[in-house]
Design a protein around this ligand. Structure first.
Ligand SMILES: C[S@@+](CC[C@H](N)C(=O)[O-])C[C@H]1O[C@@H](n2cnc3c(N)ncnc32)[C@H](O)[C@@H]1O
Length: 215
């Protein structure tokens, strides 16, 4: 990941935003529509566009750094001025380690992991969001049969993910090592900021879909 630039005042903006979840609650939307989250959403392009295209599904974008979330909030402000800010989208500024404090068991219909940080050193493997340990943390939060969708251009991280999911209680529903050239998995694909950057450099985008299996 490129070096994070700290933005002065971002904590205050995030703390005051009505679009941000500040306290764990039983529900975050005024309807019972399905709930999907993106963990490590970055500046939020993917989840914003996905929410716009799916008004009958609720979305929460999770990002641990205020300086990054600030960008997503600024985009929502700009959309709101045009009357286009999606009402089915909220944000949570939190580390993925703590998601169990915010989401009850079997409450999530989907988790998106897009261009998760690769943490290439072995001693940091436990920080990878596709590690067995993280996948096990996500497992109870997902509804039975719900899926995790993971995209990356990092072949090493993708291969690593393929060694992790089974022991964490998932099956492989689908995968491709060339998403943009795959007529089935690539259909309707919504690009993230990183996806655009790396595919413009000529990198192939890998995607896998994991399905939660019963314990
Ligand atoms: C490489 S960026 C990708 C951003 C975006 N998903 C995209 O594809 O453009 C990874 C993002 O995940 C966030 N992140 C990494 N580990 C996280 C964690 N444990 N909890 C929450 N966010 C995390 C980082 O702060 C960063 O913004």
């Amino acid at each position: 990941m490129s070096r994070l630039r700290y933005i002065k005042g971002s904590e205050e903006v995030v703390a005051a935003s009505l679009r941000v979840i500040h306290k764990a609650a039983e529900r975050y939307f005024e309807n019972n529509n399905p709930l999907r989250i993106e963990v490590g959403m970055g500046k939020g392009r993917f989840i914003t566009k996905t929410a716009e295209e799916n008004p009958d599904i609720n979305f929460i974008g999770v990002e641990r750094y205020e300086s990054v979330m600030l960008r997503a909030l600024q985009k929502q402000d700009a959309l709101e001025k045009e009357g286009k800010s999606p009402e089915n989208l909220l944000f949570l500024c939190e580390d993925a380690l703590n998601l169990g404090e915010y989401f009850p068991e079997k409450s999530l219909d989907m988790i998106y992991l897009n261009f998760s940080d690769p943490w290439p050193k072995d001693r940091h493997a436990h920080r990878r969001l596709v590690s067995e340990a993280f996948l096990k943390r996500f497992h109870p939060l997902l509804k039975d049969g719900a899926c995790i969708e993971f995209k990356t251009d990092n072949v090493g991280l993708f291969d690593y993910a393929l060694t992790q999911y089974e022991a964490a209680g998932y099956s492989l529903k689908a995968m491709t090592r060339d998403l943009h050239g795959d007529p089935e998995l690539g259909a309707g694909n919504i690009m993230t900021e990183y996806e655009e950057k790396f595919s413009l450099k000529g990198n192939k985008i890998c995607k896998l879909i994991l399905k939660k299996e019963d314990n």
